[in-house]
Design a protein. Structure first.
Lengths: 145, 117
């Protein structure tokens, strides 16, 4: 794990074990740093939700809770932008194949909302070609300043 | 009434009011426990008019949404009524994005929700 601070920018790189709850090692510190960099509570909520969903997806669906596999997380927080890259060691998936959770017949499905929430709450999310790494980005809008 | 770890249960008239103990509802084990306790309100205590008050909740994950959906179904399956209230704007946005605001009966403050039963 490395934790660096260049002027105004906080960075963290960490390999998480594929076990439930290990994401707390990142999210607790990330939330603290967002607050320290002046991000408003609504944006902190948004980033928390997106990162939580992405890391849990990587641990549970990507690495399938395999203790031999890690989830790599790289965070960068400044006053106006946060980027979080999350990569697992699974075979990847096609994010375009996730059914629309807001379709009438899927409204009450017990799962399948994580990717939609990530897209809605972040400025951009981008998967690699294999579908086992995602880059989440939120840019602080003028209304937040 | 059985003791609960994840919820506080009280009665206001005929309505059973459920509040969450945890401010953040996100870890899998906690969500499973929460689900079991919510179900016990219907199955063990035979409550049929249930108000879930989110007053204490700052954050919930999509896994928690899944549990709320199964709870909503459970209540409906016994011809009960479930309403939700005191939801902070960010969580309300989660319900709106996922269109769960069409599935759940969401109200404003507790008194307004209780009078709607």
């Amino acid at each position: 794990m490395s934790d660096q601070t260049s002027p105004g920018v906080w960075q963290l790189s960490i390999d998480l074990p594929s076990e439930r709850g290990s994401n707390r090692r990142v999210t607790d510190e990330l939330l603290t740093q967002l607050g320290a960099h002046g991000w408003p509570p609504a944006d902190v909520f948004a980033v928390h939700l997106a990162v939580e969903e992405a890391i849990v997806n990587a641990i549970v669906h990507g690495n399938k809770l395999d203790v031999k596999k890690k989830v790599r997380v790289e965070c960068e927080v400044s006053a106006d932008r946060v980027r979080v890259a999350i990569a697992d060691e699974g075979p990847g998936f096609d994010p375009g194949s996730v059914p629309d959770c807001t379709a009438e017949e899927r409204l009450e499905a017990p799962s399948g909302r994580g990717v939609m929430l990530m897209r809605s709450f972040m400025t951009s999310i981008e998967y690699n070609a294999a579908g086992n790494a995602v880059m989440l980005e939120k840019v602080r809008g003028p209304a937040d300043s | 009434m059985p003791s609960h770890k994840r919820i506080d249960v009280s009665k206001v008239g005929d309505v059973t009011v459920v509040k969450f103990v945890d401010r953040k509802i996100l870890d899998e084990a906690g969500i499973q426990e929460l689900g079991a306790e919510l179900f016990s309100v219907v199955e063990h205590d035979n409550r049929r008019s249930i108000l879930v008050n989110f007053d204490n909740v700052d954050f919930l994950s999509s896994a928690a949404l899944g549990k709320l959906i199964t709870f909503d179904r459970k209540v409906k399956s016994v011809q009960g009524r479930l309403k939700m209230c005191n939801i902070r704007p960010e969580i309300l946005e989660v319900f709106q994005i996922t269109k769960l605001n069409k599935v759940f009966d969401i109200r404003g403050e507790e008194a307004e929700a209780i009078s709607a039963f």
